[in-house]
Design a protein around this ligand. Structure first.
Ligand code: AR6
Length: 187
């Protein structure tokens, strides 16, 4: 299943490079220091240009952004109005509230996007690259968090897009989307 509506908002799964998909708010999988890095973070800074880091340097909290939190910047040259830099958890075996922190990264991102008047938001698969979160677990947490947010704020967003980089990740998120509401959406 590629698309499903939750509380009137379309959740859509697609394979590709998130930096190429036009949207109001593009979510980045950042680190607490908000200093850029590899993976999707590197791709977003490369495609967005220096304006993003210049703004991060101005707004960066003294002790960084906590895990599960997020900050908003310009999108620079990206096909978006804003970038939300979300900090997912590093996977440490699953007993360190990784699921709560991951859910918080998604919900905080959507909250910030709505506060900026976004109608469409795109997400990568937060934490499942360098941070090592098992993708099938992460997909369930991500979909539960997004669906929970949409049910609590109906009408806020028109579309939430998951832009996934490889086939295995796409399949895991499609499965989680299909399982939403039938008990399959939980971790
Ligand atoms: N579009 C969509 N997804 C992508 C792209 C892209 N252009 N590039 C990679 N992915 P990761 P994390 C996928 O490692 O696990 C960085 O160094 C990738 O295949 O980017 O949250 C940050 O600075 C994977 O499925 O993020 C942090 O230090 C997913 O995005 C740290 O990595 C997430 O992989 C964050 O690690």
């Amino acid at each position: 299943m590629m698309e499903r509506a939750v509380a009137g908002t379309k959740i859509r799964m697609m394979k590709g490079d998130i930096t190429r998909i036009p949207v109001d708010v593009m979510v980045n999988a950042a680190n607490s220091d908000l200093v850029g890095g590899g993976g999707v973070d590197g791709a977003i800074h490369r495609a967005g240009g220096p304006a993003i880091m210049l703004e991060l340097n101005r707004i960066r909290p003294k002790n960084g952004c906590p895990t599960g939190g997020a900050v908003v910047t310009t999108a620079g040259d990206l096909p978006a109005k804003f970038v939300v830099h979300a900090v997912g958890p590093v996977w440490r075996g699953g007993r360190f509230q990784e699921d709560l922190d991951l859910a918080s990264a998604y919900a905080t991102s959507l909250d910030l996007a709505c506060a900026r008047g976004a109608r469409t938001v795109s997400f990568p698969s937060i934490s499942t690259g360098a941070y090592g979160y098992p993708v099938h677990k992460a997909a369930g947490v991500a979909l539960s968090a997004v669906a929970g947010f949409l049910e609590s704020r109906p009408g806020c967003l028109a579309g939430v897009f998951f832009v996934l980089f490889d086939e295995d990740t796409l399949k895991a998120y499609q499965k989680a989307l299909a399982g939403l509401g039938s008990g399959g959406g939980s971790p």
